[in-house]
Design a protein around this ligand. Structure first.
Ligand SMILES: O=C(O)CCC(=O)C(=O)O
Length: 204
């Protein structure tokens, strides 16, 4: 049992991957957010940044992010991904895992502004890290190793029926993940007419 996905381990060549890692790592103003869990404040165990079109705003775990403008490198990458996937993307959430102690807890990218069946293009740079998937109903799990330069597409039932996480690992090197998304503004017409209002399924 697997979530709806496709995986290209060699989307970027090694030189493209290392040059993009160096560019994003050094030019990004990374933020380090705090979340409140059971009344106690915790630092999110990774650094993040949002790039996107003007007016796009992304909220998860009660953290709202305003986008920085696209850099040339990210804009070129967006165009390339749009060509390959034939899907539009108006934002990219960047995660920096400084080493293996940084992580991303169980969650689904199922915020209402991502629509009914979110289509997410997730590019990995730097250290390889595992992504674990867990089926919400059956508890069945699956692990995919996200290698540098790989592209994971998640779509269909992948956010509705599954959760995913990036567990801690004994890794010293940093990793950057870029998840391209199409975020619908609250004022934009919604294709999702489902009465079930979904929210982020876990704090991460
Ligand atoms: O780091 C990753 O590959 C996953 C990131 C993720 O799950 C997210 O940003 O929602």
């Amino acid at each position: 049992m697997r979530p709806d996905h496709s995986f290209d381990p060699h989307f970027l060549t090694p030189p493209e991957e290392s040059s993009l890692f160096a560019n994003v790592n050094s030019t990004t103003s990374w933020r380090h957010d705090t979340i409140t869990l059971y009344g106690r404040e915790h630092l999110v165990p990774r650094l993040t940044a949002l790039f996107g079109d003007p007016g796009v705003r992304y909220t998860y775990s009660r953290i709202t992010m305003e986008p920085s403008p696209w850099t040339k490198e990210l804009s070129d990458l967006r165009q390339r991904l749009e060509g390959v996937t034939e899907r539009p993307f108006n934002a990219v959430l960047a995660n920096l895992y400084r080493d293996g102690r940084d992580a991303n807890g169980w969650h689904a990218d199922d915020e209402p502004e991502l629509g009914d069946e979110p289509f997410i293009a997730s590019l990995s740079l730097g250290a390889p890290r595992d992504m674990r998937f867990r089926h919400r109903a059956t508890g069945s799990t699956w692990t995919l190793t996200l290698t540098p330069g790989s592209l994971l597409l998640m779509y269909g039932d992948s956010q509705r029926d599954w959760q995913h996480c990036i567990p801690r690992r004994a890794v010293a090197a940093p990793r950057i993940n870029l998840t391209f998304r199409q975020i619908m503004n609250p004022t934009m017409p919604r294709s999702d007419t489902s009465p079930r209002r979904r929210g982020h399924s876990a704090q991460r």
